[in-house]
Design a binder for this molecule. Structure first.
Ligand code: ASP
Length: 575
């Protein structure tokens, strides 16, 4: 390398040295006969001092330059940057490459539209905040690789051109030119392959792997995303949970300097819904949801009464803030987005009651509310009344939103937990049948082994999710290794024999040749890095993500292809 140092390296101890630096012109300030330039690279910023004699060519922001010069001590030091004690008295400057005016400034706080940032992603990635996100991601990958190597896991790659895997999302399909009219499916996860590794006797597998799911995009979803995927033989839920906890403790320690207390808290799925209205509760704040049917059994409030008479649920929380009209409008919007139209509220402040239902509350109800929620200071009660599942889901979303409005979240905190004992099945309104809640290779819990296929609504799974700050960052299960249980499972989800045979015959057959019991898990690396970086969405921690419409505004993918390419694949556009 020609450069002697990076732009983040020089200290007071280097004063007097002759150095060569290369980098981008970050900022230029002219002061009389001197020009001050901030030179930037991935490692930091170094201040250059140019006299008019040196500056034989006009330089502009984002020019790539090389300088030779002497390190001198700065008169006014800058404690905000690592090299703030020194500057370089430039003797020679060469322009390596010129730059056009960039569409946005290369600095952390910018107001450019996200699509502009994505269109010029290579410029966006010059910004320190983005570089730090990618550096964090690289560190996380390294910690994971080292951790699993240390625990005797082997890293094995699985195919990207595969057959459809049943993870519950839509597949991305790739037409096969050599096999007319046939398609590969991009894997939603390496699920089946990793189970086969266990049958193959590889014992412990992991992989940092791209997965593909054709779903509607949200802040924490991308069509292609990266998982840390693992599977362990002769291992149960407990063994996997312990392994993942050790990993998360290392990640939080090494990236954030936080000591994670282990074992992590565990909550049954049913309890999580009851208390937090969500299977991925954010435990950085309390706001426990209560079912209030008992408390309101004599109610005068018509829509509570109707709900209770119908066997539905009145669910509520107490927010320790007297919410404003604007807060309440925003929360009502959240309720509506969760298919609940009415958000009732009652404010309690200085012993006075006000709000939409306050006048209809009798003294006994007021006293019970204060007692149920152990209210100590002023605040607002929020209520919804609907089918239990719907009311819970809406209240879960309201709980998260209200915590933000009441400023209850400590952004520096990391709260992790396991949600366990998930339902084995989920009722699909669309298909009017029970479908596998996780995937159909998930082992029922031992207490429902005899009845899971006859009493589907109360069947539970040996499945577990790990949650951090309200995001599901991973999940897994113990797998079915007994062909008879597998057969019953397929019947329970009403999968016709020919479909089973065509889709999974190849896979199920393997279980006739001696399988160890095994369990596994997958962690969402994008989501973990998003949370560690305090980023707003996973696109901020992915180098080249798709926008919320699934488009890459830089290359314009997806795009039309030539008629010739389609013809080779035997594909025709429907007119
Ligand atoms: N394949 C599952 C997923 O991607 C994880 C697992 O069960 O190991 O969510």
């Amino acid at each position: 390398m020609k450069r002697t140092h990076t732009c983040g390296q020089l200290q007071i101890a280097n004063v007097g040295q002759e150095v060569v630096l290369q980098g981008w012109v970050n900022k230029i300030r002219k002061m009389g006969a001197l020009t001050f330039v901030d030179l930037r690279d991935r490692y930091g910023i170094t201040q250059l001092v140019l006299s008019d004699a040196v500056q034989n060519e006009d330089i502009k922001p984002e020019y790539v330059i090389e300088i030779t010069g002497k390190v001198i001590e700065r008169k006014s030091k800058n404690a905000n940057i690592a090299t703030g004690a020194i500057e370089i008295e430039v003797q020679h400057l060469t322009v390596i490459n010129k730059a056009d005016l960039t569409p946005f400034e290369i600095k952390d706080d910018i107001t450019a539209q996200e699509d502009t940032r994505l269109k010029y992603r290579y410029l966006d990635l010059r910004r320190p905040v983005m570089q730090n996100n990618l550096i964090t991601r690289s560190k996380v990958n390294n910690i994971m690789r080292n951790y699993f190597n240390d625990h005797d896991f082997i890293e094995i790659e699985t195919p990207v051109f595969a057959k459809s895997t049943p993870e519950g999302a839509r597949d991305f399909l790739v037409p096969s030119r050599l096999n007319e009219n046939k398609f590969y499916a991009l894997p939603q996860s390496p699920q089946l392959f990793k189970q086969l590794f266990m049958i193959a006797g590889l014992d412990r597998y992991f992989q940092i792997v791209k997965c593909f799911r054709d779903e509607d995009l949200r802040i924490d979803r991308q069509p292609e995303f990266t998982q840390l995927d693992l599977e362990m033989s002769f291992a149960t839920q407990e063994d996997v949970i312990e392994m993942i906890e050790g990993l998360m403790a290392q990640i939080l320690k090494k990236i954030k300097g936080i000591d994670l207390a282990l074992p992590l808290q565990r909550i049954d799925y049913t309890k999580a819904i009851e208390m937090y209205g969500s299977d991925k509760p954010d435990l950085r704040f309390e706001l426990v949801i209560q079912t209030l049917n008992e408390q309101f059994k004599q109610t005068e409030i018509p829509f509570f009464k109707t709900a209770i008479d119908n066997g539905d649920a009145v669910r509520g929380i107490f927010v320790p803030k007297v919410l404003t009209k604007k807060d309440l409008e925003a929360l009502t919007e959240t309720a509506k987005q969760n298919r609940v139209n009415i958000l009732a509220f009652a404010k309690w402040s200085q012993n006075e009651w006000s709000g939409s239902i306050a006048s209809k509350l009798n003294d006994a109800e007021k006293a019970t509310l204060l007692k149920t929620f152990a209210v100590k200071a002023e605040g607002t009660f929020l209520f919804v009344a609907d089918k239990y599942a719907l009311a819970s889901q809406a209240m879960g979303a309201i709980r998260n939103h209200a915590a933000k409005l009441a400023d209850l979240i400590d952004e520096q905190q990391f709260k992790l937990l396991w949600v366990v004992k998930f339902p084995l099945f989920e009722w699909s309104e669309e298909e009017e049948r029970f479908v596998a809640a996780h995937h159909p290779f998930t082992m029922p819990t031992s207490d429902c082994l005899a009845s899971f296929d006859t009493d589907k609504a109360s069947a539970f799974a040996n499945a577990y999710d790990i949650v951090m700050n309200g995001f599901e960052i991973g999940g897994g299960s113990q797998r079915i290794t007994d062909p008879e249980i597998q057969e019953r499972m397929f019947q329970a989800v009403e999968m016709p024999q020919d479909v089973i045979e065509r889709n999974f015959g190849w896979f199920i057959k393997a279980y006739n040749y001696g399988a160890p019991y095994h369990s596994g898990c997958a962690l969402g690396i994008d989501r973990i890095c998003m949370l560690l970086s305090h980023a707003e969405n996973i696109r901020e921690v992915i180098a080249f993500p798709k926008n919320s419409s699934g488009v890459d505004p830089m290359s314009n993918a997806p795009d039309f292809v030539d008629a010739k390419q389609l013809a080779e694949l035997n594909i025709q556009h429907k007119k």
